[in-house]
Write a protein that binds this ligand. Sequence first.
Ligand SMILES: O=c1[nH]c(=O)n([C@H]2C[C@H](O)[C@@H](COP(=O)(O)O)O2)cc1CO
Length: 197
Amino acid sequence: MYKNEARQPHLRQQQQQHPSSDFSLKTTKQAAMSPKYKIYFCGSIRAGRGDADLYGRITEMLGKYGTILTPFVANKATTAMGNSEGEAKTDKEIYDRDVRLLKECDAVVAEVTQPSLGVGYEIGRANAMGKKILCLYRPQPDKLLSAMIRGAEVEGKFLTRDYKEEDLPDLFDHFFNKVVCKVERRNSLNWQSYEPM
Ligand SMILES: O=c1[nH]c(=O)n([C@H]2C[C@H](O)[C@@H](COP(=O)(O)O)O2)cc1CO
């Protein structure tokens, strides 16, 4: 028995079930190659549902990188005047659930073209939690993005991008593969001293 089999008996079991293939190695490699993130998607609800179709296309693209924690934002059945969506029935339940999901997520993607109090609040809260954030804005002739979003930009942490829909695949590749994938050093352990690095 190899050393790590003693600590991970499931590896030995997998090896017995798949004797001709290096099952454990393959699954480990696959996991490393296709990281699946928990993504909090923000978009306007009570501030107007004019971009709901676009939110649907965005969340579909984001599915390549992980799980959307907030599918109700892109759901066309969610209306500006509805007072409940999904499991949440009251504003308090919506707020509590969304703050819990924000804490849980690995990354926030926000479509900020339609100005929304809720989206602004979520971005500020996520920023205070140290989450990686991508804000997407479609420049409008009569509408400027708030300085509290564009001005919050910090390289490698908080990105704001003016975009056209065809730019999204490249923007998402960059955000997830160059920004979100970077593990904060303080989250790792020095295996000699057991101190956080
Ligand atoms: O019913 C809701 N469900 C919900 O999850 N939210 C969250 C998610 C959205 O990203 C954001 C939208 O805020 P607003 O409704 O102020 O546009 O707030 C907001 C509402 C309604 O305010």
